[in-house]
Each structure stands twice: as structure tokens, then as C-alpha cells.
Ligand binder design. Structure first.
Ligand SMILES: Nc1nc2c(c(=O)[nH]1)N[C@H]1C(S)=C(S)[C@@H](COP(=O)(O)O)O[C@H]1N2
Ligand SMILES: [Mo]
Length: 410
């Protein structure tokens, strides 16, 4: 895009590597890498040897899984608060050419064959529109992919390809009202300012069904936790699709197209699809479905223990174990904990409800004994869906909501 001031991603990185690890003292390279690997508990043995920490401009150290395109996950420590700070939020890109955008010249082109008119919206226009705030979890479809057995291809995420923030901006439906939606419109197409550095990679273009675009919680956010969006989380503005996995949350949004035909392209098919009928999801994206596969939609109910890692030492006696639970927007009803391998379950106490799309904190007091204490956690949402005991295997490694099972050594 000619109106964008292109500065390439690599030019703006402070790829320091290991600022966090600096705090661990003077370590050899091998020790440094294995210390970093411990920040991603539960990953298959062998993966740790190439996991490293890196510090990007404006960010605290994140687990670097790839640099071009940038894929950085949040270590467990950053997921201990119900709102993930901007400088601790994970980063996921498919494309390496990520321009730095000047808000003064930034524009979103709104139109498409399903719109009555075309419009151009600049940053000031966005800020002048009535704004809403929504606290919502942004989780990559492939979060926990690295835990898949058998192993599947793709970025080997541990537990930290997610975060929860308070997002602010106008409703997408108010933007669509400016151009008028035709009766035959079915989807809304989305594009961002980033592009492929190598011509073979297809541009990252997505769509959502019209009904989800018109949802009052779907917004174009220019603020994240009361601040402008960090560059690598989508500055100046991105789409927020509460309840749905991160793939639809288009960053550096430049085009909104109302469509009368299904959006084509690699990132709609074959990418980001799940086998039909395999997962307990309710939101359907019918215009993109076929007999075998359908686009991923809402997140499945899930939870994460954030207070402890598998294998941690604890003092025998009372130990508070806590973490977060979330789902695709029904809200969390209960979180249950078992200390006998799933025979009996105790209800955890739930923390403040920040809305049905937000992380819901939970906590449980374990009476730890000497020796091994196992802790298993299972969240249930308000429509009665729970986590699974066994992985629902799929070739892309999506929707991993297997109950966590950790051992604490008393
Ligand atoms: N422009 C653009 N937007 C994008 C992507 C991308 O590659 N380019 N990746 C998507 C995916 S797959 C995810 S999981 C989220 C990640 O959001 P984050 O990087 O702010 O954490 O951004 C989404 N939006
Ligand atoms: Mo993603």
C-alpha cells in the first residue's frame, strides 16, 4: 500500500534474545536454552533445544518460536493476571513483511460487491465513532499444538499463544452501516497491511459470516488495555471477534469487503479448517462448509493452571493452586479440580467475572502431602460443555482443550 510508510519488521526489532535469562545469571549457551525451554512446560522432549527467549521493541521477553514471520508466545508467568499486559501479549503472524503504519495516513477501505457504497475511514473517523469496550481472550487456533501426539506440522505452540485484553473501538456493524449491506451479502472479507516477503506465500485474507460481523461485540479496536495497540498486535486498528479464535482478528486492518460470494484463498481453505462434526462447537460458518471440513469458529472451553508447573516442589500443607478458564463466549459456569486422577472432583472458587469472553480466574486450596500430588483441572461453560480427557486429534493441531494434569512434589 503506497500510503503506508513501509519499514520492515526486522528493522524494528530489538532481537536481544535472553534479557529475561539475564536474570538467571551467567549460563552457558546450552544451559540458557534449556532454562528457556522450561518456560514452556509439557512440550515434547527434544523441542526445548531450539526454544529461545527474545525481546522485541516494546515487549518483555517472549518465547521465540519463529522470527520471520514473527511468532512469539507468552511464558506462563505472563498469564497469571486476568488481563494480559500489552508488553506481555503473544504475537502471531503468517507473513514477514509487516509495515510500520503512520496513524495520520492510515485508512480502511470499506466496500465490496455486497455493499451499496464505498467508503474510506481514517484513524480520526474511527475514533469519532461511538466506541464500545469488550474484555476478550485472543487465542490462536493452534495454541498447544506442540503438545499434539502424534506430532503435527506448524508453529509448535505451548500454552501461551493466548492473552486476554480490554479492547476498545467502534462496532463493525456501525462501519458496515456507512456503506449499506445488500440483502444478498453473506460474508465480510478482511485484509491487513502486512504482506508476504516471499511472493509464493499467499496474502493473509480472511472472512467472517455476515451474522458474526453484525454481532454487537465484534469491533474494530484502536485501543488495547487503554493504550494504542502495540505495533505487532495490530496498530493502528484490528478486528476483535470475541469468542472466535485469533485467526479472524485481522491486524493492521486495511480492507473491509461485504461479499455476496464466499471468500476464497489459502487462508480460508485449506488453512484454518477442522473436520466436520468432530468438535463440540455451535457457531457455524455455513457459506464456507463442505462435506469434510469447515472453518474453525468459536474457542472450545478450556483452562490453564498458571500458579504452578508440572513437577514443581511444594511444601506439604495448604497450597493455593490457581489459573484461568475461558470458552467461546457462553461464560464459565464451574471449574473442578481432582487430586485423585479424576475419581472425585471438588469445585474451585471463581474470581471476578469480567464478561463472558474474558479469562475467568479460579483457585483451589490443595492439601499437599509428602511425595507426589496430582492436580487435574476441568472447566465447564454455561451450556454444559467441558474439557476433554483425550486429545481430539486433527492434522492442524487445533482446539486442544485436554484437561491439564500436573504433579506437585511435596
Ligand atoms: N494482519 C494480520 N492479522 C492477523 C494475523 C496475520 O498474520 N496478519 N494472524 C492472525 C492470527 S492466526 C492470530 S492467532 C492473531 C494473533 O494476534 P496477536 O498477534 O495480536 O497476538 O492475529 C490474527 N491476525
Ligand atoms: Mo492463529
Amino acid at each position: 500500500m503506497s500510503h503506508l510508510n513501509r519499514r520492515h519488521f526486522l528493522g524494528s526489532t530489538v532481537a536481544a534474545g535472553a534479557a529475561l535469562l539475564g536474570g538467571l545469571g551467567r549460563l552457558t549457551q546450552a544451559q540458557t536454552l534449556s532454562a528457556a525451554a522450561e518456560l514452556t512446560p509439557g512440550l515434547p522432549a527434544g523441542l526445548g533445544s531450539y526454544v529461545t527467549m527474545a525481546t522485541l521493541l516494546g515487549k518483555k521477553p517472549l518465547i521465540q518460536l519463529a522470527d520471520r514471520p514473527p511468532n512469539y508466545e507468552s511464558p506462563l508467568e505472563y498469564l497469571r493476571t486476568p488481563i494480559t499486559p500489552n508488553d506481555e501479549f503473544f504475537i502471531r503472524y503468517h507473513l514477514s513483511d509487516i509495515p510500520e503504519i503512520d496513524a495520520k495516513t492510515y485508512k480502511i477501505a470499506v466496500g465490496g460487491d455486497g455493499a451499496n457504497h464505498q467508503a474510506e475511514i481514517n484513524f480520526d473517523d474511527l475514533k469519532k465513532m461511538p466506541a464500545v469496550e469488550v474484555v476478550a481472550v485472543n487465542q490462536c487456533s493452534g495454541n498447544r499444538r506442540g503438545l499434539s501426539t502424534p506430532h503435527v506440522a506448524g508453529v509448535q505452540w505451548g500454552y501461551g499463544a493466548m492473552g486476554c485484553a480490554r479492547w476498545k473501538g467502534p462496532r463493525l456493524k456501525d462501519i458496515l452501516d456507512k456503506v449499506g449491506v445488500k440483502a444478498e451479502a453473506i460474508e465480510v472479507g478482511l485484509n491487513g497491511a502486512d504482506g508476504p516477503a516471499v511472493d509464493k506465500t499467499p496474502d493473509f485474507i480472511k472472512s467472517i459470516p455476515l451474522w458474526k460481523a453484525m454481532d454487537e461485540n465484534t469491533i474494530v479496536a484502536y485501543e488495547m488495555n487503554g493504550q494504542p495497540l502495540p505495533h505487532l498486535n495490530g496498530f493502528p486498528a484490528r478486528l476483535i471477534v470475541p469468542g472466535w479464535t485469533g485467526t479472524y482478528w485481522m491486524k493492521h486492518l486495511t480492507n473491509i469487503d461485504v461479499l455476496t460470494k464466499p471468500q476464497g484463498g489459502f487462508w480460508m481453505n485449506p488453512a484454518y479448517r477442522i473436520p466436520v462434526g468432530r468438535f463440540p462447537v455451535r457457531d457455524r460458518f455455513i457459506t464456507q462448509e463442505n462435506a469434510i471440513s469447515t472453518p474453525i469458529t468459536e474457542m472450545v472451553v478450556n483452562s490453564l493452571i498458571t500458579s504452578h508447573r508440572d513437577g514443581d516442589k511444594v511444601k506439604p500443607g495448604k497450597v493455593t493452586v490457581n489459573g484461568m478458564a475461558w470458552d467461546g463466549g457462553y461464560g464459565i459456569r464451574t471449574v473442578e479440580v481432582s487430586t485423585d486422577g479424576g475419581k472425585t472432583w471438588t469445585t474451585a472458587s471463581l474470581g471476578r467475572d469480567r464478561g463472558r469472553y474474558a479469562f475467568r480466574p479460579w483457585s483451589f486450596v490443595l492439601t499437599a502431602k509428602k511425595g507426589k500430588n496430582t492436580v487435574t483441572v476441568n472447566a465447564t461453560n454455561r451450556i454444559g460443555q467441558s474439557q476433554t480427557a483425550e486429545l481430539i486429534f486433527n492434522p492442524a493441531g487445533y482446539h486442544n482443550n485436554v484437561m491439564q494434569d500436573i504433579t506437585l512434589n511435596g
